[in-house]
Each structure stands twice: as structure tokens, then as C-alpha cells.
Design a protein around this ligand. Structure first.
Ligand SMILES: [Fe+2]
Length: 261
């Protein structure tokens, strides 16, 4: 795959997304959020990819995955007015359908197409499936890191000033606060949390923080720290002893991960 092919995919993306904008302020806000998210995920994946030593060709592949990982979000919001997969449909599968129907990846080799589709399919899965192809696994791990890094940034900002996100349609808006016991236990035991197990907006914050355990590369975790995302999310929770312990636990985890990778 060369950079000219990537440029044509980039043009497809821009044209495709443009088609969803309308005169509805709420739709435009949410589409723009995803369009900008996509651009930042491309930049994250380039940084992380360079950090782990990917060559030029693999960086282009990684960027293609980043460009299309959320392509399903546009049709999802247009049809259902939500980004909640639970209340609509899985946006990864929807995105893959768009890529297949519009024959977007037809100029690529079978291997490239399979790796891109597999990486999109798994970018939002709770865990990655076992796979023997280590090169394919690297792409799947990279998109998960690049995506989570940006979402943690958006949420850190949202929790700091929710008033600037009045049109945001995500699952963070439950009015119920407080922390569920099982959620606290999972985060203290370094376990990921399922969306379906959360009951309150504070549970959702802990779910987001538990993504830290799922990050694959040291360079991603270093960015989480540098950009202050961990503290911003922690500061939006009530400063109880439980939350102080969660913070300590996460800091310890990050330090030992960075030291040992
Ligand atoms: Fe996504």
C-alpha cells in the first residue's frame, strides 16, 4: 500500500462524511466530534507506531485503520441519533458494511483488507481474540491504544467542563451517581469493566479509567500521564478514600508497566 492509495482513501473519507452534515446543530456537533476524533486517532497511531518502530508501509496501513475505525459512527448517528451501540447497533460492524458496500478497500491486497477489517472489528471489543499473525496483532493493538488515548482526552475535557458538551450524545450522561461495589472491585483488581455492568455515571468514569489496564504500549500510557487525563478523570469523582485508593492503584500500575515494558 503506498501513500497515493492512502490519499485517495482520505479523499473518500472527507467526501463521505461531508454527505451527513445538515442544518441540524445537534447532528453537526456530533459528526464534527467524530471527524475530529478520527484525525487525532490518525495522529496518535502515527506517534505510537513510530515509537514502536513501524516502517513507512506499516504506518500507512495503521493510518488507514485509524481513518476508518469509526466510519460507522456517521451512519449510526444519522439513523439513531446516538453513539450508544447498545441502543442502536455495533458501530464497527456498521462501518465494515459501509467499506464493503462502497468497495472502498478494493484496490488493496487481500491481506491488507483482512487486517484492516479485523482491526476495525476488534477496536471496541472488550478483549482481543487470540491470533497467530503477530503483524496483524500489532495493528489491532495499535488502533485500540490510539483510540482509547483520544477518548480519554475527550472525556477528561468533558468531565472538566460538561457545559461545553450540551449536544454530546454518549453513554456518560446517567443522572445517578455513586460507585457500584463490583465496579470498584474490578478496578482495584486491575480488571476491565463491561459497559453492561455499569449503573451510574461514576461507574462509567471508573470503566473509562479501567481502560488503562488494556493499553498495550508504554508510549501510550506515557501520553496518558503527560496529558493529565488520569488526574482530570479522578478529580471529577468525589474525593473519598475509595477513589484515593483507585488513583494510587492506577499510578502504581502505570509506573510498573512503563518500567517493565
Ligand atoms: Fe469506535
Amino acid at each position: 500500500m503506498d501513500k497515493y492509495v492512502f490519499e485517495s482513501l482520505n479523499s473518500f473519507f472527507a467526501e463521505y462524511v461531508k454527505g451527513f452534515y445538515s442544518d441540524d446543530e445537534e447532528i453537526n456537533f456530533n459528526l464534527k466530534l467524530k471527524e475530529e476524533h478520527t484525525m487525532r486517532v490518525c495522529s496518535n497511531i502515527t506517534n505510537i507506531g513510530k515509537g514502536i518502530g513501524l516502517d513507512e508501509n506499516d504506518l500507512i496501513m495503521a493510518n488507514t485503520i485509524a481513518l476508518f475505525h469509526d466510519i460507522g459512527r456517521f451512519e449510526q448517528f444519522f439513523r439513531y441519533r446516538t453513539f450508544s451501540d447498545a441502543r442502536s447497533e455495533n458501530h464497527s460492524e456498521l462501518g465494515i458494511k459501509v467499506l464493503v458496500e462502497k468497495k472502498v478497500l478494493n484496490k488493496l491486497t487481500d491481506y491488507e483488507r483482512d487486517v484492516i477489517v479485523m482491526s476495525i472489528r476488534n477496536h471496541n471489543a472488550l478483549n482481543l481474540p487470540e491470533m497467530d499473525d503477530k503483524r496483524a496483532l500489532t495493528f489491532a493493538m495499535l488502533i485500540r491504544d490510539a483510540d482509547k488515548l483520544d477518548i480519554l482526552g475527550i472525556l477528561a475535557d468533558y468531565y472538566k467542563s460538561p457545559e461545553s458538551y450540551e449536544h454530546l450524545k454518549v453513554g456518560e450522561s446517567s443522572k445517578v451517581t455513586g460507585i457500584s461495589r463490583n465496579i470498584l472491585e474490578s478496578v482495584m483488581n486491575l480488571k476491565s469493566i463491561k459497559f453492561s455492568d455499569t449503573k451510574t455515571s461514576d461507574d462509567m468514569k471508573l470503566l473509562r479509567l479501567s481502560w488503562i489496564y488494556d493499553i498495550n504500549y508504554k508510549i501510550t500510557l506515557m501520553k496518558v500521564l503527560e496529558r493529565g487525563y488520569l488526574e482530570a478523570i479522578i478529580d471529577s469523582l468525589p474525593m473519598t478514600n475509595e477513589i484515593k485508593n483507585v488513583y494510587e492503584r492506577l499510578r502504581e500500575y502505570i509506573s510498573s508497566f512503563i518500567e517493565n515494558q
